[in-house]
Write a protein that binds this ligand. Structure first.
Ligand code: NAD
Ligand code: UDP
Length: 310
């Protein structure tokens, strides 16, 4: 039985990945410090013989005989990663070193959950993997963006220097069930506020764009990436190229929830990217992958989820 480590396994994405790996017959070790993850996200797995919880912080070295590592430990929502920025950068950088050392020692393959934020506020649109990005190194988002960029560098250096098999996926905005009510990202904020009759807050004028993918599509892409030949490191964009303004998203959420919430406008946070849309040619070619769940369908599933937990 393959032994697979998922750091950040109690989080939104990590818990879906644990489910998928358990279904495919792996032994799963979930490493998490529960900063933003929850015990509820993995409670259905806790009694299974092929599931193990390692309640730890990824900034400390970890030794375990594993075959594969998916490194997801890192707060992902701006409010959470800006809460303790020094801890965020330590999580990305020290966590990455620890996981690469583990991969090196155990001879394991490692997949790094990187992000579209490595492109910063992009001047190339849509974003291809060959684009180096436009990131402010000293702003409030930098602890996340630069931490993730440095983690990519570490992956490639361990690959070149120590022949560690690494796979980098650049994940674009992903949403779905198990996002926490207080996650702070736009999809959950809009749905939670629409369902509870609170104002929907648009930051800025709402013309900024994002491309939203449903969680199941992402997990499929990550599994396919891990299965590619050892020489293929990526980075590969995993995202849904459908591009929407935040105003369009707000109206769609209002329509799908039937909510009477008002739309109000708030100040745009510093360095908020103006637009974002993945070019997924590489994922199509190398992984034979593309997203299958359109925004409306994914939002309906996510709304059902929030209705069941709120
Ligand atoms: P999340 O906040 O729900 O999950 C992060 C998980 O990591 C949580 O369980 C948290 O407790 C854990 N964690 C944080 N710091 C840790 C530490 N120091 N040690 C151990 N565990 C720690 O966020 P998510 O959306 O599930 O994101 C998971 C990963 O995917 C992150 O690395 C994020 O950067 C990346 N990503 C997510 C998105 C997205 O849209 N969801 C987009 C791009 C990249
Ligand atoms: N946003 C918004 N209202 C919210 C939360 C976010 O208008 O309640 C905006 C935010 O300013 C950004 C976009 O929605 O322009 C996506 O924000 P999110 O934090 O979800 O993701 P990221 O900015 O990291 O892509």
């Amino acid at each position: 039985m393959k032994c697979v480590l998922v750091t950040g396994g109690a989080g939104f994405l990590g818990s879906h990945l644990c489910d998928r790996l358990i279904q495919s017959g792996s032994h799963v070790v979930c490493l998490d410090n529960f900063f933003t993850g929850t015990r509820e996200n993995i409670s259905h797995l806790m009694e299974l013989p092929n599931f193990e919880l390692a309640e730890r912080d990824v900034i400390w070295p970890y030794i375990k005989n594993v075959d594969e590592i998916y490194n997801l430990a890192c707060p992902a929502s701006p409010i959470h990663y800006q809460y303790d920025p020094v801890k965020t950068i330590n999580t990305s950088v020290l966590g990455m070193v620890n996981m690469l050392e583990l991969a090196k020692g155990a001879g394991a393959k490692l997949l790094q959950a990187s992000t579209s934020e490595v492109y910063g506020d992009p001047v190339i649109h849509p974003q291809q993997e060959s684009y180096w990005g436009n990131v402010n190194p000293i702003g409030k988002r930098s602890c996340y963006d630069e931490g993730k960029r440095c983690a990519e560098t570490l992956c490639m250096d361990y690959h070149r220097q120590s022949e560690v098999v690494v796979k980098i996926v650049r994940i674009f905005n992903t949403y779905g069930p198990r996002m926490s009510e207080n996650d702070g990202r736009v999809v959950s904020n809009f749905i939670v506020n629409a369902l509870s009759g609170k104002d929907i807050e648009i930051y800025g004028d709402g013309t900024q764009t994002r491309s939203f993918q449903y969680v199941d599509d992402l997990i499929e892409g990550m599994i396919r990436m891990m299965a590619t030949e050892d020489e293929f490191t990526g980075p590969v964009n995993i995202g849904n190229p459908g591009e929407f303004t935040m105003l369009e998203l707000a109206h769609l959420v209002l329509e799908l929830t039937g909510s009477k919430s008002k739309i109000v406008y708030k100040i745009l946070p510093e360095d908020d990217p103006r637009k974002r849309k993945p070019d997924i040619t590489l994922a199509k070619t190398k992984l034979n992958w593309e997203p299958t769940i359109p925004l409306k369908e994914g939002l309906l599933k996510t709304i059902d989820y929030f209705e069941s937990v709120m």
